[in-house]
Design a protein. Structure first.
Lengths: 110, 111
């Protein structure tokens, strides 16, 4: 079974602070993704990567940065957290077809 | 503009009943369909994919694709309380690795 882990699982941050969400996969997949899910809504793509040391913008990249230092690790960085970034964040990996999701990180910005 | 429209937004069926979910792609370049299921507090998990016209059956789940209308449906036979979840339809093309998710259908199966 493919494995994607995320840390932390939940976080409370202050407005204007820096937040880093981490994702680790053991699937040997080339593709990794960061999505945002707001309560009761679908998944919106923030950033993705198809190779280490390279990232691409998704549909809602503003206010977020991404880093892919290795095939296994993909981070999402909020340099200046804002109230509107309160959401659940999911990381996923794929080898071109099915996407495998992590358990999510619940981020609350106060 | 969203590439995937799902209906209904929510659905309630009795245990043992049939649940039917719908999905339409608005972009003819995206005609490879996926169904994902997300239980409360968990990440989404792929349920099944369908790329060809017609039916695809996996256990109690049957997907039906009509490529001409870019419409796919998911039918859950003999629904169980454990089927209660948020069901996402997703579409992809064969030219890149992006997939686009709909807003989901919340299914509640009542005992």
């Amino acid at each position: 079974e493919a494995a994607v882990t995320q840390s932390p699982r939940s976080k409370v941050a202050v407005t204007g602070g820096k937040v880093t969400l981490s994702c680790h996969q053991t699937n040997n997949h080339d593709y990794m993704y960061w999505y945002r899910q707001d309560t009761g809504h679908g998944l919106r793509l923030i950033h993705y990567s198809y190779v280490a040391d390279s990232t691409e913008k998704g549909d809602i990249p503003d206010g977020y940065k991404a880093s892919r230092p290795s095939q296994e690790n993909f981070s999402l960085i909020l340099e200046l957290a804002s109230l509107s970034q309160t959401a659940v964040y999911f990381c996923a990996s794929s080898d071109r077809d099915e996407q495998y999701f992590g358990p999510g990180t619940r981020l609350t910005v106060l | 503009q969203q590439k995937v429209q799902q209906s209904p937004e929510s659905l309630s069926v009795p245990e043992g009943g049939m649940a039917s979910l719908n999905c339409t792609s608005s972009d003819r370049n995206f005609q490879y369909f996926w169904w994902y299921r997300q239980h409360s507090g968990e990440g989404p998990k792929a349920l099944m994919s369908i790329f060809s016209d017609g039916d695809k059956k996996e256990g109690r789940f049957t997907a039906h694709l009509n490529k001409a209308s870019l419409h796919v449906s998911l039918h859950i036979r003999d629904s169980q309380p454990s089927d209660s979840a948020l069901y996402f339809c997703a579409v992809s093309s064969n030219s890149n690795n992006r997939i686009f998710f709909g807003d989901g259908t919340q299914l509640v199966v009542k005992p």
